[in-house]
Design a protein around this ligand. Structure first.
Ligand code: NFE
Length: 465
């Protein structure tokens, strides 16, 4: 006899993610993951100036804002035939890198590590989950100190962001055609100073902390595996064409080049007007709460019809880097190492900036066209598909990393990577902490995923079983 248990809210970042697990004898046999929040960004964008897309789309989310800015800028630049000068590429990378850094620190210390240590008897640590605590009291105290210290270091990353972004989050620095800030020695030196401080924290605090957690919870390195499919659309382009993150796909162990033509979304089990799998350039977003099979606002993105995992672990796998496993702590470990990789890269990019050289080129080849922006966001692959007519948006579709990891099961009934990662998990705790550790390792963000809170569906999930 299956027993239903619900985890809500699932994420420590904000509320709309709901996980429904179906258990038998303490083992998860099935899972449904639902986003209870609909936002409708794709409709908001229609009819607006294409040049404003980096600003509008950043409002999808405050923790990955600059990822949307750069992806929108790439889409608009392709549609309107714009070229970015070398300084512009580097400044955009520096803005996005500092945003990645604040995101990864927040994810690790505020949203993930509390799954593995016991904080003091104060908010936000209470009520405590007492099950499966493996750190000593002294180690718990140290982790708590680092938890609070991470606020400061994430703020330092935002300060670096604001040097070239004007403010953080939702900066003003990334625009179609380049970057709006000029380069001078003072900005370069301040950014470098912040990054040196951040690198010190990574080496002295973060890496020892994540090593400790990995040692105490070794089985989580492989608990919560995905489906063996990984995707990265690449990112952090440098003058000359190379990128820090490569692009590629691995499907069932086989590597292949990425081609966006193979990206589709269907809405069979989501709350939208029904349609089969469609390429984002052909797809619409028409909410329909009455769809009988619907159980989430997140559509079902697929690559060649298959679910794919995205994020730091996927990027490491695609890059051919050594990974420690494929489960929850393998994701957390990959995110920690990626943090260092990005922070170190910024120091090289700073050296390549040319003070005084142009950062922006507003010349356009045309006023109408089609563009595709693809860039890795903090949580994985992000795509913006735009069609522009006379400078205005007439079609826009967005596929976010959390939609890729956590969309609805598709027309064939295939589960997302996130739903699959819970299958077979043995649960001993009352609060399903084991499942929480796995789902939170993806760093889920459901405001991004459906880009008006619906009070009815928050608590009245219509799931078909
Ligand atoms: Ni709201 Fe985002 C990132 C995007 S969601 S955080 O990273 O796009 O997956």
């Amino acid at each position: 006899m299956l027993e239903k248990k619900t985890i809500f809210p699932m994420s420590r970042i904000h509320c709309p993610m709901l996980v429904e697990a179906w258990l038998e004898d303490g083992e998860i046999k099935d899972a449904y993951i639902s986003d209870t929040l609909y936002r409708g960004f794709e409709q908001i964008l229609i009819g607006r100036s294409a040049m404003d897309m980096p600003y509008y789309t950043q409002r999808i989310c405050g923790i990955c804002s600059s990822a949307h800015a750069i992806t929108a800028a790439l889409a608009v630049e392709q549609a309107l035939g714009m070229q970015v000068p070398p300084n512009g590429l580097l400044i955009r990378n520096l803005i996005l890198a500092s945003d990645f850094i604040q995101n990864h620190f927040r994810h690790l210390y505020l949203y993930t590590f509390p799954d593995y240590f016991r904080g003091p008897d104060i908010a936000p640590f209470i009520p405590h989950s007492e099950s499966d605590q493996r750190l000593s009291s002294k180690e718990n105290t140290t982790m708590t100190e680092h938890y609070f210290k991470s606020f400061e270091i994430a703020r330092t990353a935002h300060a670096a962001f604001a040097i070239f972004g004007g403010k953080a989050p939702h900066g003003h620095g990334i625009v179609p055609g380049g970057a709006s800030m000029e380069v001078d020695a003072d900005k370069v030196n301040r950014y470098r100073g912040y990054l040196m401080e951040i690198l010190g924290f990574i080496d002295d605090v973060l890496l020892p902390d994540v090593t400790l957690i990995r040692e105490r919870y070794p089985e989580y390195v492989d608990l919560g595996k995905g489906v063996g499919n990984y995707l990265s659309v690449g990112g952090f382009q440098l003058p000359g064409g190379s990128t820090l993150f490569p692009q590629g796909v691995i499907l069932q162990g086989k590597r292949e080049a990425f081609d966006e033509k193979h990206v589709t979304e269907d809405v069979t089990n989501a709350w939208y007007k029904p349609h089969g799998p469609l390429h984002p350039s052909e797809e619409d977003t028409v909410p329909d709460h009455n769809q009988p099979k619907g159980y989430t606002w997140v559509k079902s993105p697929r690559y060649r019809g298959q679910p794919v995992e995205v994020g730091p672990l996927a990027r490491a796998v695609i890059q051919g880097e050594a990974v420690i496993g494929q489960g929850a702590l393998a994701r957390t470990w990959a995110r920690s190492l990626e943090l260092k990789k990005i922070a170190k890269a910024t120091l090289l990019w700073l050296n390549r900036l040319e003070p005084g050289a142009e950062t922006y080129n507003g010349k356009k080849g045309q006023d109408s066209g089609i563009g595709i922006g693809l860039h890795e966001a903090m949580r994985g692959a992000l795509g913006h598909w735009i069609s522009v007519k006379d400078g205005r948006v007439n079609h826009y579709q967005i596929i976010t990393p959390s939609a890729l990891n956590f969309g609805a099961r598709d027309e064939k009934g295939t589960r997302s990577v996130g739903e699959s990662s819970l299958l077979g998990l043995k649960v001993k705790s009352e609060d399903l902490k084991e499942a929480g550790r796995i789902i939170r390792s993806f760093d889920p963000c459901f405001s991004c995923s459906v880009h008006v809170i619906d009070g009815v569906n928050l608590y009245n999930l219509k799931i078909q079983v």
